[in-house]
Design a protein around this ligand. Structure first.
Ligand SMILES: N[C@@H](CCC(=O)N[C@@H](CS)C(=O)NCC(=O)O)C(=O)O
Length: 230
């Protein structure tokens, strides 16, 4: 018997936001299931050894993973592959890789790149994610030194730019590639727009979003993307 599709996710996971944007754009009936960030592997073990979110379970109970293949799968299955068919396939593939390489790496520095922002981010995450009693406290204490001290500082140092500058450079490059059209896909968004939108939107629950929102062209595109959601 057909069931309502489900998306297992973390509310702060950029890869999950990519898929959510497309689901909202197509106005699909999907149930969102927040997992415990300290136990991701265990909570999605029903889908095999992938061990990460997002996991999409379709109406037949089949599991689909990995955000970019998932965008393609959802477009192909519920939208006749219309978004994948927009424009030049090679340009789309090149820029999908660019977005998945560069924008994905920019989210950690902006959220955790300084002591103050790491603290703001972990405090906010402990409020919006699903945690158990102990894991919430463990995350609040252990999460931020790990993210700031180990991961984010190294990335900011190796890039050399301040996290805000990095975002502004990337948003500039991305919106320049729209060639004067409202979206990367032209008059309508395509899969690359939804991937990029997901990375940017994953910063939106946090106060650091104000550092991105003063990029005029990037923000204008972001608002146009919001306008395409159901
Ligand atoms: N390439 C994957 C990456 C997914 C991913 O790394 N998700 C993180 C959450 S933001 C995760 O579940 N990590 C758990 C782990 O690696 O153990 C995608 O695009 O979906």
């Amino acid at each position: 018997m057909a069931q309502t599709p489900q998306l297992h996710l973390l509310y702060s996971c950029p890869f999950c936001w990519k898929v959510r944007g497309l689901i909202e754009h197509l106005d699909l009936d999907v149930e969102y299931v927040g997992v415990n960030g300290m136990k991701i592997r265990k909570e999605v073990s029903f889908a095999g050894d992938w061990g990460k979110v997002p996991v999409f379970t379709d109406e037949n109970g089949a599991h689909h993973v990995d955000s970019t293949p998932l965008l393609r799968h959802i477009d192909a299955t519920y939208n006749g592959g219309k978004l994948a068919a927009i424009g030049d396939a090679e340009r789309q593939a090149t820029w999908m890789e660019w977005v998945d390489t560069h924008l994905s790496k920019a989210t950690v520095p902006i959220l955790y790149g300084s002591l103050g922002s790491a603290l703001k981010t972990t405090t906010r995450i402990s409020k919006i994610e699903t945690f158990g009693f102990f894991s919430k406290r463990l995350y609040a204490w252990a999460g931020f030194p790990i993210m700031w001290g180990i991961i984010a500082r190294k990335r900011v140092k190796s890039d050399g730019r301040r996290p805000k500058q990095l975002w502004h450079d990337l948003l500039g490059e991305f919106t320049d590639a729209h060639n004067g059209e409202p979206f990367f896909g032209g008059q309508q968004p395509d899969l690359v727009d939804f991937a990029a939108f997901g990375y940017m939107r994953s910063v939106s629950p946090f106060p650091q979003f104000s550092l991105l929102s003063d990029h005029a062209a990037g923000m204008a595109w972001y608002r146009r993307m919001e306008g395409t959601l159901a």
